[in-house]
Design a protein around this ligand. Structure first.
Ligand code: ADP
Ligand code: MG
Length: 622
């Protein structure tokens, strides 16, 4: 048989490699900004058009490149940052794989102008789909300017895969934030479609954070007392617990000035905040870890966002101690120096060769879900639920009708307002006489309700989410809903990325009953919120923030916009564990749940209720 294996042509190999490095416009932004930082620039401009689809341009005043280097920089595995294999263990630069420019040039039309400071003339190169179309001398400012046009022009599948402009822009802004926070000594600007989104002068870290996230951030910053050990240095800022937001957008780890994601380190920080945060709020943290590059491996991920630490347990402890100390809570528990001493002792006895094997952050996250009990009965079958109560005097019949408030003929609205806990239960005495039939609440979390064959346990949060979710989906398909005007309109100041998102979903928010007005850069005025939420005294800003957070969280699921929105809002607005319900409210919740199209599952797939039969119970007692 004749030989069939061939080496891939360079252009195809580059395109394949590009698949790893360049997933979307934001990946290009990240690589180009990193190169500019590596080039020693102290002023970097980012210009994008159409969320990077038509143009991503980065202009820096860094070292620039010689004519030969300019041409070589687009070759795969061409880098000035690594010469010998030992260099791999001492990486201080952002790049080192020499893949970015080659990958970008494989899937876009690129124009580069670059000049070294001591040269009079610079070089201009045009490359399209890996093909060099022109290289010539040119006059240009010292430094490098790269314009990436028509990304994925030759890979239609990739281009079609891109999300809407606001979504892609959000990713770009996120990458921008990660770089500018790591380099407050460099001035940056970001222009989108001819408008400035950020202009950040060089300064210290606090100034950078405040410039980036808005003036209101200043008062929530708590500086970390710099921690210096042989293994690690930690510095940065954390946020005051009482000023934690419903959105998670202000949490950053940098290791050697490289932004990283780590569920494990996140847990270390959150453990320090234990019991200090209101439910579902996320504190700010912008933390910088400096670790000897030999003790970490940044080369496990093509975009280098995940890294391996030689001893992550020790880092976990240092981090949690440093944060607790900053929060002041340490004073009551254990003396900081004493604790540091303890940690140092641990470190001494720790032999590098026997380090705990490094595990990916997800699997080492100590908060992983515990397996569900094998005793858990399965949810009732689809056609069976109606029969559950058959032949039973329903609790509702035993109870006085729920109080009807004027103008609120919609049972759901009433449920919402009653669920706010604001209405006293005046029926308690009468209801108590029907004990055994009326639902009862367990640990303010589950509702126990007798059914013909036994009993059922309803998860109050999941059930309420299901009810709201179906309701919101319906609303999104119909005309605009009733809005409750706020007496004092509230202002929501958010990050550029969240502002893009609000703008994107504004029409749908209006349909749901929000009334939001754009008010200058990254600021919105909330004039009204859905009537039932107003009746429930819910805080408009908190609702919107948590809505955004849920929405972003679910972005990975690629749900249709409406569905994501309905889900997100249901999650934000639903009652939570810990909310006490009176029997009337519980019964309403049950009735509403079983009026749903799918009462079995919460919108995110969890069970709303489980049933136990008398036989099962009897068996358990044997
Ligand atoms: P890496 O950053 O991994 O080395 P890249 O493909 O991103 O790989 O860049 C290749 C080389 O091109 C770099 O090592 C650097 O020498 C040079 N280079 C890229 N961008 C710039 C820039 N903005 N200024 C100066 N040199 C640059
Ligand atoms: Mg690079």
């Amino acid at each position: 048989m004749s030989d069939i294996i061939q080496l891939l042509p360079e252009a195809i190999a580059n395109q394949i490699a590009a698949g790893e490095v360049v997933q979307r416009p934001a990946s290009v932004v990240k690589e180009l900004l990193e190169n500019a930082v590596d080039a020693g620039a102290d002023d970097i401009q980012l210009i994008v058009k159409e969320a990077g689809r038509s143009l991503i341009q980065v202009i820096d005043n860094g070292c620039g490149m010689s004519e030969t280097d300019a041409r070589l920089s687009f070759e795969r595995h061409a880098t000035s940052k690594i010469r010998k294999s030992e260099d791999l263990f001492a990486i201080r630069t952002k790049g080192f794989r020499g893949e970015a420019l080659a990958s970008i040039a494989a899937v876009a039309q690129v124009e580069m102008k670059t000049r070294q400071h001591h040269q009079e003339l610079g070089t201009r190169i045009l490359i399209s789909g890996s093909k060099v179309e022109k290289q010539e001398n040119c006059s240009c400012p010292a430094g490098t300017g790269i314009a990436v046009k028509n990304l994925f022009f030759n890979v239609p599948a990739r281009r079609n895969f891109l999300k809407s402009n606001p979504v892609e822009m959000r990713h770009i802004i996120e990458e921008f934030q990660r770089i500018v926070l790591a380099h407050p000594d460099i001035s940056f600007s970001l222009v989108h479609n001819g408008q400035y989104i950020h202009q950040l002068p060089a300064g210290n870290l606090r100034k950078r954070i405040v410039n980036l996230f808005g003036p209101q951030t200043n008062k929530k910053l708590i500086p970390l007392q710099d921690l210096n050990t042989d293994v690690i240095q930690i510095k940065g800022f954390i946020g005051k617990p009482e000023m934690a937001r419903k959105t998670r957008g202000e949490q950053f780890f940098f290791v050697n000035k490289r932004f990283i994601k780590s569920g494990y380190l996140h847990h270390a920080v959150m453990s320090a905040y234990e019991n200090m945060l209101s439910p579902n709020t996320h504190p700010l943290y912008i933390l910088f870890l400096e670790i000897d590059p030999a003790r970490i491996d940044v080369n496990i991920h093509p975009t280098k966002q995940e890294i391996k630490f030689e001893d992550e347990r020790l880092i976990y402890k240092y981090l949690s101690v440093a944060v607790r100390h900053a929060l002041g809570s340490i004073a009551q528990t254990i003396d900081f120096d004493q604790e540091m001493g303890l940690l140092r002792a641990t470190q001494m006895t720790h032999t590098p060769g026997k380090a705990k094997p490094i595990t990916p952050s997800a699997s080492s996250n100590p908060t992983g879900p515990s397996p569900s009990s094998p005793l858990s009965p399965r949810p009732a079958q689809q056609d069976e639920w109606r029969k559950l109560y058959e032949g039973m005097q329903t609790p509702a019949e035993n109870m006085p009708p729920p109080q009807q408030e004027e103008g609120e003929d919609d049972g759901l609205i009433m449920l919402e307002s009653k669920l706010s806990g604001s209405t006293e239960n005046e029926h308690e005495g009468k209801v108590a006489s029907t004990a055994g039939k009326q639902p009862c609440q367990i640990h303010d979390r589950y509702i126990l309700s007798s059914i013909k064959s036994g009993f059922m346990l309803i998860d109050q949060q999941a059930a309420h989410q299901r009810i709201l979710y179906e309701n919101y989906l319906e609303k999104l398909d119909t005309a605009k809903q009733s809005t409750q005007k706020e007496l004092f309109p509230r202002t929501l100041e958010c990050h550029a990325a969240d502002a893009e998102l609000i703008t994107e979903i504004m029409p749908q928010l209006n349909k749901l009953g929000f009334e939001i007005e754009v008010f200058g850069k990254n600021t919105f005025i909330i004039h009204g919120i859905p009537a039932e939420m107003a009746a429930n005294n819910q805080d408009p800003v908190a609702i919107l923030e948590s809505l955004l957070e849920n929405y972003k969280h679910q972005a990975g699921l690629k749900l249709p916009l409406k569905e994501n929105l309905a889900r997100s809002l249901a999650q934000s607005a639903a009652i939570k564990p810990g909310q006490t319900l009176n029997p009337t409210e519980m019964q309403l919740l049950i009735d509403r749940l079983f009026a749903c199209r799918d009462p079995y599952n919460s919108p995110s797939g969890g069970r709303c209720f489980i049933t136990f039969s008398m036989e099962e119970l009897a068996r358990l007692f044997k």
